[in-house]
Design a protein around this ligand. Structure first.
Ligand SMILES: [Zn+2]
Length: 316
């Protein structure tokens, strides 16, 4: 059926104005359901290694001053994190921790909120056979963060192979720390974080649903090459939204957007023991002057919906 063009134009204009009104009515201070939903692809029940209570948040590059105070008690951290998730309408979080009982507790407290996943800090823990059982029983819905780089282990190390094989077989999302920066730990190696090292893994496991922390920061060109070449590869922007200078974060994110990868970048907070950083991470995306509202929605929600196969909730 054909409509008179004036009518169509009027309808389009009304729709656009309505859309603008909706955007204008969503101030950053809005709470809960007033805000559009967010999926946080990078959350933790704590740190993979011990940190003293109350220490300020990490920052780079030194010299710099981190803000906030660490909440190291897992229950307290969970309470604060859930409060902030409510405040910002974070409807789902990809949650991992080294302490698997803490992951269980968080999931039990908010079963629909979290995709529970083991943090792989030392390869072999948990053992792949145990992990497969936990996947079959529904305990875990993902694998990783794989943080083997923190111990100097390369992403293509044979010891990680069973995890990728299980994830591919069961169709689970996998988060990996493959980037140039990380905690100051004796065995951490920046060189073990080159995204090019993922190539072996992606060739061996073409159906693997892998996403890379911080889009491999600061290995921009390597990461873009990998994402162009391997369509199954996604990335989060998490810690870099609050650990490094905002200018550096924007330069990096903008490069991926300009490269046409805006549909494969997902929001994460990587709050660790500083739950207040979740809000800061969200604001960093909201305030990015080069992102359209549509691109922000994609990063905050739509891309993760697609990656996690939650299409029923897809927001047009
Ligand atoms: Zn992390």
């Amino acid at each position: 059926m054909r409509y008179p063009s004036g009518l169509v134009q009027g309808a389009v204009l009304t729709f656009v104005l309505l859309g603008m009104q909706i955007i204008a009515q969503t101030p950053s201070s809005a709470t809960n359901k007033e805000r559009l939903p967010i999926i946080d692809m990078h959350m933790h029940t704590g740190m993979p290694h011990e940190v003293p209570p109350g220490i300020p948040a990490i920052c780079r590059p030194v010299p710099c001053e981190g803000e906030g105070h660490a909440t190291v008690d897992s229950k307290e951290l969970m309470k604060k994190t859930l409060e902030i998730m409510d405040r910002y309408n974070i409807v789902k979080g990809f949650l991992s921790g080294v302490d698997l009982s803490a992951v269980d507790q968080w999931k039990a407290a908010a079963p629909k909120r979290f995709i529970a996943s083991p943090f792989i800090f030392k390869t072999g823990t948990p053992a792949s056979e145990e992990l497969e059982q936990d996947i079959l029983t529904g305990r875990f819905g993902g694998i990783g963060e794989i943080g083997a780089q923190l111990n100097g282990v390369l992403p293509n190390d044979p010891s990680l192979e069973p995890y990728f094989a299980i994830a591919e077989e069961h169709g689970l999302p996998v988060l990996i720390h493959t980037l140039g920066i990380g905690p100051y730990m004796p065995h951490f190696r920046s060189g073990a974080g080159s995204p090019l090292l993922l190539e072996d893994v992606l060739v061996r496991h073409p159906k693997l649903r892998l996403f890379v922390e911080n889009a491999g920061y600061p290995f921009r060109d390597e990461m873009i090459a990998m994402m162009y070449q391997y369509p199954q590869l996604y990335a989060d922007v998490s810690t870099i939204s609050w650990v490094i200078p905002r200018t550096a974060f924007y330069d990096y994110l903008k490069a991926f957007i300009r490269a046409g990868l805006g549909k494969r970048i997902m929001f994460g907070s990587d709050q660790m023991v500083w739950p207040e950083k979740i809000g800061e991470a969200i604001e960093a995306i909201e305030q990015a002057p080069f992102l359209t509202e549509r691109q922000k929605r994609d990063i905050f929600y739509n891309n993760a919906v697609y990656f996690l196969r939650l299409e029923d909730n897809f927001q047009k």
